[in-house]
Design a protein around this ligand. Structure first.
Ligand code: PLP
Length: 386
């Protein structure tokens, strides 16, 4: 995917050697509108802040969506600062201070265990309020295609379905806690829209049956995120097929919450790094970058090759011949002293010169935010917000 002209122009204007993330707020708004159009009109669309916590990204998506999903006190503070109209707070390791902050911000808590339920009750009583919570459930078998399955298998997330009756019975004894629904986030990066629609329909049916069986007044069914992006091409989960699959859902009495991160932010980010050197060793070409996996860890974390395009830069400041390769494949590697600092492998290039810029599309989600920024203490990239 080539960068659009405003992104390319922003990169050409930067001081060299170029190393930057460009975030495009118009692209964020466009994607939020497209995802919303795929959901039933009554559904609630939240943005999962962990995909990209840049304040401008969070502010843009707080406005373009119905609110934000957060998983730490730090993200909660970002969400409050961004003016989110609605905040849902999840995550398996909330401290008492975070629970109190969430209640003060009127965030809706996703509760992860019986012990946490008791702590929410204490925090709510201390705050003189009642906490309406959803219980996150690790269902017996609700796995979806995609990576990072979090339910239907052993994980630290949620209450095991077989323990749910005991946790709901406990909730009924706690004066300041009211269970209003369930949180069923199941997977990350699912590209199968039909399967995702079926998962949502099943989540609704299961929640209604479970609520009826346990005397819960059901108001909220949170199906999490997980809408996928194919990094090795330009496909995303088929939003048209998702829309058709969700069209007939009966949402009477239920607030259906969808809280994606990746699909909202991925295509609004561009990571760019200048080629500092070109080397040929043991039969392979390497483009050595001013940047690397300490800025964009996803390909190293997931073990894939992230495609790039070449943004040619004609200026050449030295008085010797410019190193150049053509019609060959190259590994794009970073500035860290480890052979794992690889962003792309065997990537074809028509022409690549020292001083050109490699631009990595779809890096707006789980890019900078999941990376180990200070390993080797190189300067951070610049952040340009369009
Ligand atoms: C990570 C996460 C999300 C967002 O997932 P994506 O794959 O980025 O859509 C939503 N909800 C919860 C609870 C999460 O942990």
């Amino acid at each position: 995917m080539r960068p659009p002209e405003p992104v390319a122009a922003a990169l050409r204007a930067l001081p060299r050697p170029v190393c930057a993330y460009v975030y495009d707020t118009a692209a964020l708004r466009g994607r939020a509108a497209a995802v919303r159009a795929a959901l039933p009109p009554a559904a609630t669309l939240l943005y999962a802040v962990k995909a990209n916590g840049h304040p401008d990204v969070v502010r843009t998506l707080a406005a373009a969506c119905d609110g934000l999903e957060v998983a730490s006190g730090g993200e909660l503070a970002l969400a409050v600062a961004a003016g989110a109209r609605r905040i849902v707070f999840g995550g398996p390791a909330k401290t008492d201070a975070e629970l109190a902050a969430a209640l003060a911000a009127r965030a809706q808590l996703n509760v992860e265990s019986g012990h946490e339920l008791r702590r929410v009750d204490v925090a709510a009583r201390a705050a003189g309020t009642t906490a309406a919570v959803t219980v996150r459930v690790n269902r017996a078998g609700a796995a979806l295609p995609g990576s990072h399955a979090m339910t239907g298998t052993a994980t630290p997330f949620g209450v095991d379905e077989k323990d749910l009756p005991a946790v709901l019975a406990l909730a009924a004894t706690l004066p300041a806690v009211q269970v209003t629904g369930f949180h069923l986030h199941a997977v990350s990066n699912n590209l199968d829209a039909t399967a995702h629609a079926a998962f949502v329909a099943d989540a609704l049916t299961w929640s209604r049956q479970c609520a009826a069986a346990h005397g819960i007044d059901l108001h909220v069914v949170n199906v999490g995120g997980g809408l996928g992006v194919d990094y090795t091409g330009d496909a995303t989960i088929d939003l048209g097929a998702l829309r058709s699959g969700l069209a007939g859902l009966d949402l009477t009495g239920v607030d259906l919450i969808v809280e994606p991160g990746r699909i909202l932010a991925a295509d609004a980010g561009w990571y760019a790094a200048e080629v500092l050197d070109l080397k040929h060793t043991h039969g392979r070409w390497f483009a050595v970058l001013r940047g690397g996996t300490h800025h964009f860890r996803l390909p190293a974390a997931w073990g894939y090759s992230h495609p790039f395009t070449v943004l040619p830069v004609d200026a050449w400041p030295y008085d010797w011949a410019r190193p150049e390769i053509g019609n060959t494949a190259v590994d794009a590697v970073g500035e860290l002293c480890t052979p794992r600092d690889v962003l792309a492998r065997d990537h074809p290039v028509d022409r690549l010169r020292v001083g050109d810029i490699l631009v990595f599309a779809r890096t707006g989600a789980y890019g900078w935010d999941i990376s180990h920024h200070d390993f080797l203490h190189h300067p951070h990239p610049r952040f340009v917000v369009l």
